[in-house]
Ligand binder design. Structure first.
Ligand code: SF4
Length: 433
């Protein structure tokens, strides 16, 4: 029996309502006319989901149709976990689970428990496995959090984004700053000792004073982990449409970079370790699950649209939740076979990519460069049986040029971006794609 480590990502694609910038695979279950098919029309009702989420972020009263949808989706997720458990439990043990979304805290907490029970029943779960759930302020209750704790969840990632109410309204978030703080204290009272806060900068209307205020308020709470991201403009979002019409007041690129470096200065002053381009933690609390993505470690994505790197292949599930449920619960349930590996019936089979060794080497480098400690070149040789300098001989002159300009550091043991280099990380990483 081998002992390969495996991460499980479990996607729950439901939110109270869609934020103005969001292009994630999620659906707002409280908005009127939230969608079609199983998301839509219950007789006599414009939406299947009844009362909309209130402005202060209290969760909706879900209709029976919504609860039925959550039930079916949970069953499909359990079936997928069961499928991969039968396939892989002998050769893998799970050391991280990340329940993300969407807003997983929207569905009944008992369903999250069921999913974790299925995981523990189908796989060997290592002692001390990191089990994270994403949640949003305004969707938490004491009872819900107690259920999470009893289910073994030991880490929470909360999407705060800002402590400024004006910016939260612009983003279309369901919560305000007060609700975010109350939710954080609720997490602490429930016993969570490993909490991440997601923060966003370069929001339309953002300035440095507002960003500093959000940083101050976030660090005052002493979370164990902070993620800080620049707003990304994505197609098919209200923000994108506004941008096209010239109606979006976005901060300049220069201010964006200043905000980024301000965050690093503050977090270092507060004793946090900046370990990845957009992530920092107190010592010992780095996100072990997300580190897998930057270290070419294996993970299985469970749920609608979830991506996997498993058995040497990259693949993803059907994005549409109706189709996802049908493929795993309906009569058409039948596994797919690609070369020597099997894939669950929810996998988008025409898009399964078997990585070559060249693919793996390049992914190891360009994802590894996201970590501030960079990549260990001894590990590269041990893993691929070839030296970094031999494989990327053609890039060395360009890398040396970047090094001369203090954008990266490269020696026989280690290759990493400098802080200055992070600002042009996409250009440097592109050399390896
Ligand atoms: S809460 Fe997150 S996943 Fe849901 S709509 Fe907003 S940004 Fe998207």
């Amino acid at each position: 029996m081998t002992t390969n480590k495996l991460g499980l990502y479990i996607h729950i694609p439901f939110c109270i309502r869609k934020c103005n910038y969001c292009a994630f695979n999620s659906v707002g279950v409280c908005a009127a006319g939230a969608g079609t098919g199983i998301y839509g029309s219950t007789a006599g009702s414009e939406s299947a989901f009844g009362q909309a989420g209130s402005a202060n972020g209290q969760a909706c009263d879900f209709t029976e149709a919504a609860l039925l949808l959550f039930r079916k989706y949970t069953d499909a997720v359990k079936n997928e976990i069961d499928f991969y458990g039968r396939l892989a439990a002998d050769s893998y043990f799970v050391d991280t689970v990340f329940i993300g979304g969407g807003t997983p805290s929207v569905i009944p907490a008992e369903y999250i428990s069921e999913i974790l029970e299925q995981t523990a029943g189908s796989f060997r779960l290592s002692d001390g496995a990191e089990i994270t759930i994403e949640c949003n302020p305004g969707t938490l209750t004491e009872t819900k959090l107690n259920t999470y704790i009893k289910s073994g969840i030991n880490r929470v990632s909360m999407g705060v984004q800002s402590f400024d109410d004006g910016l939260l309204r612009i983003l279309g978030r369901i919560h305000d700053s007060k609700t975010a703080k109350e939710s954080f204290h609720l997490l602490r009272s429930a016993g969570f000792q490993n909490i991440n806060l997601d923060l966003m900068f370069s929001i339309p209307g953002h300035d440095m004073n507002l960003w500093k205020k959000t940083l101050d308020e976030a660090f005052a709470l002493r979370p164990e982990h902070i993620s800080f991201y620049s707003l990304q403009l994505e197609e098919n979002t209200p923000f994108f449409d506004m941008f096209e019409k010239g109606e979006l007041d976005l901060p300049s690129d220069e201010l964006d970079r200043k905000m980024y470096h301000e965050a690093i200065a503050v977090l270092e002053e507060k004793g946090y370790e900046h370990y990845e381009i957009s992530n920092a933690s107190v010592p010992g609390k780095r996100c072990r699950h997300n580190l897998k993505y930057w270290s070419l470690d294996e993970y299985l994505g469970i749920g609608a649209g979830a991506h996997s790197y498993f058995a040497g292949c990259r693949f993803f599930n059907r994005e549409n939740a109706d189709e996802y449920i049908t493929s795993l619960c309906g009569e058409e349930f039948s596994p797919k076979k690609e070369s020597e590996a099997f894939f669950a019936p929810c996998v988008q089979s025409e898009d399964i990519v078997r990585n070559t060794k060249d693919d793996d080497m390049s992914e190891f480098v360009f994802t590894g460069l996201r970590k501030t400690e960079g990549i260990n070149l001894g590990e590269f040789s041990a893993r691929f049986g070839r030296s970094f300098f031999e494989v990327y001989r053609g890039c060395i002159p360009q890398l040396k040029e970047y090094e001369k300009n203090e954008l990266l550091s490269l020696n026989n043991d280690n290759f990493r971006l400098t802080r200055k280099g992070i600002d042009i990380s996409n250009s440097i990483m592109a050399l390896f794609v």
